[in-house]
Design a protein around this ligand. Structure first.
Ligand SMILES: NC(=O)c1ccc[n+]([C@@H]2O[C@H](COP(=O)([O-])OP(=O)(O)OC[C@H]3O[C@@H](n4cnc5c(N)ncnc54)[C@H](OP(=O)(O)O)[C@@H]3O)[C@@H](O)[C@H]2O)c1
Length: 286
């Protein structure tokens, strides 16, 4: 029997879609898959449709647009060009064999750095209008913004918010997020009035659990008393608090790890430890 959705989203940034993992995810109550137009050399959508097209109806599928093939075979290039974004959403739906439930504008900050607030706002608003138009045309269910570094975004939305109303905002989450990123992300949520239930976290381990820092820390102080878990589980649970988010996109190709992540969502956290941690990282400065 499938269990209730606990806000775990299986991210496909680092691993290709694996049918066994996806079936296991469903059995654990994991209902979200997050991918992107450019993942796996622009093949992620087709691979997903090919490997698990018949399962996709059981998942909420989110993807992202903003990176495009460079044409020279080199690194993908980033663009907020509205026509390219719209075409990428259409192609995503075609490749997936279904409309994505959610399409994020992928790392818009890359096109905003170095611009003044007014120009940043104009570029961002035009890109958001393209995604909002795609959602209105039902090419995708809803649209949002996924940002790795929310600081340039904060500058744009502090200038104006009138045409920037994402349904979801996805931010880095957890202990690997430095204080300036954390506060800029929370600021963007506040200015855009994105409620906690519409905020998603990503990359709860900063991309890897093999970093020696993870084996050097003891995270038990963050948990309410009398609970046992691994460092990865505690770190994952904390990603729902820093900043407060309803869902967390995490990468794993290991079914045991996925089971551990789902189990971690029920861990109880010490609110006072979270507050103290926030105070400490703010004091430490950038
Ligand atoms: N700008 C953006 O929009 C953006 C940027 C980055 C990420 N994201 C989203 O966030 C998702 C996750 O990010 P990410 O893959 O970069 O980083 P991540 O989730 O922080 O880390 C993934 C790594 O953690 C390991 N791991 C997961 N669960 C574990 C467990 N229970 N125990 C031990 N190790 C565990 C995985 O190894 P195993 O495979 O061995 O479990 C994998 O190597 C992406 O797939 C994407 O959906 C979005």
């Amino acid at each position: 029997m499938c269990r209730a959705d606990r806000g775990v989203v299986l991210g496909l940034h680092r691993s290709g879609p694996d049918r066994d993992v996806l079936e296991h995810a469903l059995s654990l109550g994991v209902r979200g898959i997050d991918t992107a137009y450019n993942y796996r050399g622009f093949t992620s959508h087709r691979a997903l449709a090919c490997t698990a097209g018949d399962l996709l109806g059981e998942f909420t599928v989110s993807t992202k647009v903003g990176y495009f093939p460079s044409g020279t075979g080199e690194r993908p290039m980033h663009s907020l060009d509205p026509d390219r974004l719209r075409t990428a959403v259409e192609r995503s739906a075609h490749e997936l064999g279904r409309s994505p439930d959610l399409v994020f504008l992928h790392n818009p900050e890359l096109a905003l750095s170095g611009l003044g607030p007014a120009e940043s706002y104009d570029r961002l608003a035009a890109a958001c209008a393209a995604l909002a138009g795609a959602a209105r045309s039902r090419i995708c269910g809803a649209w949002g913004i996924a940002t790795w570094d929310p600081r340039p975004l904060a500058a744009a939305v502090e200038h104006d918010t009138s045409h920037i109303q994402p349904g979801v905002l996805m931010l880095r989450a957890g202990l690997s997020v430095a204080a300036p990123m954390l506060s800029a992300g929370e600021n963007v949520c506040r200015v855009l009035d994105v409620a906690p239930e519409c905020r998603w976290g990503m990359s709860p381990f900063g991309g890897s659990t093999t970093d020696p820092a993870w084996s050097a820390v003891d995270l038990r102080a963050f948990l309410a008393a009398d609970q046992d878990c691994s460092t990865s589980q505690a770190a994952f649970r904390l990603a729902y608090e820093l900043p407060p988010v309803a869902r967390v996109a995490v990468g794993t190709s290991n079914p045991v790890h996925l089971r551990d992540l789902v189990a971690a969502t029920t861990l109880r956290i010490s609110d006072s430890a979270i507050s103290r941690y926030r105070e400490l990282i703010q004091k430490k400065g950038p």
